[in-house]
Design a protein around this ligand. Structure first.
Ligand SMILES: NC(=O)c1ccc[n+]([C@@H]2O[C@H](COP(=O)([O-])OP(=O)(O)OC[C@H]3O[C@@H](n4cnc5c(N)ncnc54)[C@H](OP(=O)(O)O)[C@@H]3O)[C@@H](O)[C@H]2O)c1
Length: 290
């Protein structure tokens, strides 16, 4: 694994589960890790937890509610006031909710967090990623997006553009959440296309089932039981994301979906160029801050 000593990584969702394991691994490798939590208190708590595992870690808390566009803008500004460059961005924050919720921006919460949060934060940090890459052509800056490859019919491998916010009557967690994971893959492809030639690479990860994280607490039931019984630990599941963020072998690849350090074919709409362009345009339309 390459050293990322002296380089800066920002990890969303780092207060728990998979992202905390990723942030811990990057801190162990010597990166300065900006630990994002939905509030300052949550981010500081995560810093304390990671430091307990890696006493000499260089960590900075950053508050950002990724379901709230004003909060994303102010977090990006806060980051840019402290750092000129970013080298690794890991988008891992995500939700899985039993009931439908609407955010302050009027968006359905799962879509707002899992798709818009990642789209907006990444766009706001793109120049810092490009600056980080231009200083050293041998080291691209890297964006790693935690997603998921659901297998099954169109209900989990297709985005319904006519019901992007899964309206009240149509909402269920199985209808709302899988398309957001596909959305992350599509936007990964679109970011990769737009970033060609910039020395910033962007890839998505299918972590598989990850046990004992906070994700399925709200949903509970058999889905959570299966995940906690058959899933891998967060530390093990973090491997491919950390590899994409740091290894020389992964430095030249972009726009792909990965699991166990191997490229995966993308399901359903994952090969649909029009869908990824349309999703980008929808996100731009719903943005109040770009
Ligand atoms: N677990 C799995 O089997 C699995 C499988 C495939 C993909 N994934 C994906 O992996 C990622 C990590 O999930 P996980 O399983 O590790 O679950 P987790 O423990 O619940 O981690 C999710 C993280 O996202 C944060 N988050 C949620 N909403 C946020 C918001 N509005 N603003 C800021 N932070 C927010 C949570 O913060 P709080 O603690 O403050 O809520 C938490 O730290 C997610 O994107 C998930 O979709 C997980």
């Amino acid at each position: 694994m390459a050293s990322i000593n002296g380089r800066t990584a920002l990890v969303t969702g780092a207060t728990g589960g998979l992202a905390k394991a990723i942030a811990t691994a990057l801190a162990r490798e010597g990166a300065t890790v900006v630990v994002v939590g939905r509030t300052e208190a949550r981010a500081k708590e995560a810093v304390r937890n990671i430091r307990a595992a890696v006493p000499d870690a260089i960590l900075e808390p950053l508050a950002c509610d990724l379901s709230n566009q004003a909060s994303i803008l102010s977090a990006a500004e806060e980051f840019l006031s402290r750092h000129d460059e970013l080298h690794v961005l890991v988008n891992a924050a995500g939700v899985f909710r039993k009931e439908r919720h609407v955010t302050a921006d009027g968006l359905e919460l799962t879509f707002a967090t899992n798709v818009m949060g990642y789209f907006l934060l990444t766009n706001l940090l793109l120049d810092a990623l490009k600056r980080g890459a231009s200083r050293d052509q041998g080291h691209p800056s890297r964006i790693v997006n935690i997603a998921s490859k659901y297998s099954g019919g169109p209900s989990v491998t297709k985005i319904d553009f006519d019901d992007l916010q899964t309206a009240e009557g149509s909402y269920s967690y199985l209808r709302s959440t899988p398309p957001t994971m596909l959305g992350r893959v599509l936007l990964t492809q679109e970011f990769a296309e737009r970033l060609r030639g910039s020395n910033v690479v962007v890839n998505a990860v299918h972590p598989g089932l990850v046990k004992n994280t906070g994700l399925l607490q709200d949903v509970g039931g058999p889905f959570r039981w299966v995940t906690n019984t058959f899933g891998k630990t967060a530390e093990k599941a973090a491997d491919t994301a950390v590899w994409l963020a740091t290894s020389p072998e992964a430095a030249a690849v972009t726009g792909k979906l990965w699991a166990k350090r191997k490229e995966l074919p993308t399901p359903g709409m994952g090969s649909d160029t029009d869908a990824r362009k349309r999703l980008w345009e929808e996100c731009m339309r719903l943005s109040k801050i770009l």
